[in-house]
Design a protein around this ligand. Structure first.
Ligand code: PLP
Length: 435
């Protein structure tokens, strides 16, 4: 059957008349298409578009859908709450249960600071807490890490060219959106480079409130921390009285119950959670060490901690707590990357793969470990990855179109993976020839 997207094209034409750019998020459009694919519904591990095409989905909404689509436990909890109320401008009993659960599960969580709706808000609030606690104002941010869409978070996370980044010693602070304010209080540091960070702390430590990072730079290729890097950061932050913030918006409830801090055994002062914590419903939070997290208590939001999202988060976490939940996700992630390694070897493509919990990653064009964001430009074959993802999409497999990080969900199956690997094999053969 040929792949048709006529209805998506028609909807995009209609959208352009009423919606700026025809889309509401630039990430809703794949890099090879000038129009987005309009989705209709999801079921299990699949999504279905308006033209009737179905896709085994490994994008999983950029991470939140840890349980997949219309998961029975999640749907039942949300339906039950829907019949009671969604917004009451008051806490409910489930909120206390949810906060308690987080405090029990997450290593750094003596307390939850507040619940919000998005990862961007959670990071903004965490930075504010760090400033309140330290009385200092500057933020150290790693080049290539993404922390959200607010002005301060969206600096130096997506440069088109290596030259745009400037030197390692004096990196540019790259703005990404028109109207974004100058990132005066932000200092850009290099991932996996403790000497670089120590130099920054030594020379400007008196002004630095916090160091925020993705422990795995999932928004850049992804790139993994070298052994000792996170431990070294912990020590430096203690020494220079800088609040260490782990942005666990991607890694939280995705790598394992305790997130990246559990996997790597390093405990930050504050951590932010979003995406998978709500299983597809918009809820996020900041948690942390008592002394730090209590420094600023005011966080407000009309939709913050609404009963529907709280019910969704509780049902999601309770499902994730079932025996072997993450073991099974990791087994499937591992099966996928083992298959991809074999396929790449067969077609003479260098690849670097990893699988942790429900996240599996592939970087094409290199079998080396990437150290930092700058490695991307010299080592990664993004064009080959894009060709692979496009070919897979046209054959009913939906991968992350932007970066090589992909997600299993609780409803992924071994049969889906076997089928996916057969498709990847076919598409890779064609993509390599095109090169
Ligand atoms: N932090 C990380 C690591 C993210 O990947 C994202 C979004 O992709 C955010 C924060 C922002 O979260 P949200 O899109 O929910 O505002």
């Amino acid at each position: 059957m040929t792949y048709k997207t006529d209805k998506s094209k028609e909807l995009f034409q209609q959208a352009q008349r009423c919606l700026v750019g025809g889309i509401s998020s630039s990430f809703h459009k794949a890099p090879w298409n000038d129009y987005p694919i309009y989705m209709d519904h999801g079921e299990g591990a699949r999504v279905f578009d308006v033209d009737g095409n179905s896709y085994i989905d490994y994008l999983n909404a950029f991470g939140p859908n840890i349980l997949g689509y219309v998961h029975p436990a999640l749907t039942e909890a949300v339906e039950k709450q829907l019949k009671k109320a969604t917004l009451m401008a008051a806490p409910n009993a489930d909120l206390v249960k949810l906060a308690n659960k987080l405090v029990d599960i997450i290593p750094c969580a003596d307390k939850v600071s507040a619940f919000m709706s998005s990862g961007s808000e959670a990071n903004m609030h965490a930075i504010r807490v760090a400033r309140a606690y330290t009385g200092k104002k500057k933020i150290v941010k790693i080049e290539g890490c993404y922390h959200g869409s607010m002005d301060e978070e969206k600096v130096s996370c997506d440069a088109e060219k290596l030259e745009a980044l400037g030197s390692r010693e004096h990196p540019n602070k790259i703005k990404h959106i028109k109207g974004q304010k100058d990132p005066d209080d932000i200092i850009i540091a290099m991932f996996n480079d403790l000497d670089n960070i120590e130099h920054i702390f030594k020379t400007q430590g008196d002004d630095i409130a916090c160091m925020i990072l993705e422990t795995i730079m999932a928004n850049a290729d992804p790139i993994y921390p070298k052994p000792g890097f996170l431990e070294g950061l912990r020590k430096l932050c203690d020494e220079y009285k800088v609040v260490l913030i782990f942005d666990e918006v991607i890694t939280g409830f995705r790598l394992g119950l305790q997130g990246a801090q559990g996997c790597f055994g390093v405990t930050p002062d504050l951590a932010t959670f979003g995406k998978a914590i709500g299983g597809g419903y918009p809820i996020s939070c900041v948690v942390g060490r008592e002394e730090v997290v209590t420094a600023a208590t005011v966080a407000s939001g009309t939709f913050a901690a609404n009963a529907l999202c709280v019910a969704a988060a509780l049902a999601t976490i309770e499902t994730c707590q079932q025996p072997d939940f993450y073991e099974n996700l990791e087994r499937m992630s591992k099966k996928m990357i083992d298959g991809i390694e074999e396929i790449c070897a067969k077609h003479g493509v260098k690849v670097n793969t990893k699988a942790i919990g429900g996240m599996w990653t592939m970087i094409l064009g290199t079998d080396e470990e990437l150290t930092d964001y700058r490695d991307h430009y010299s080592k990664v074959d993004s064009k080959l990855y894009t060709r692979l993802v496009q070919g897979c999409m046209e054959r009913g497999i939906r991968l992350n179109p932007w970066r090589g990080r992909n997600y299993m969900c609780a409803q992924s199956t071994d049969d889906d993976i076997d089928y996916t690997l057969r498709v990847i094999d076919e598409v890779m053969a064609a993509a390599v020839v095109e090169k």
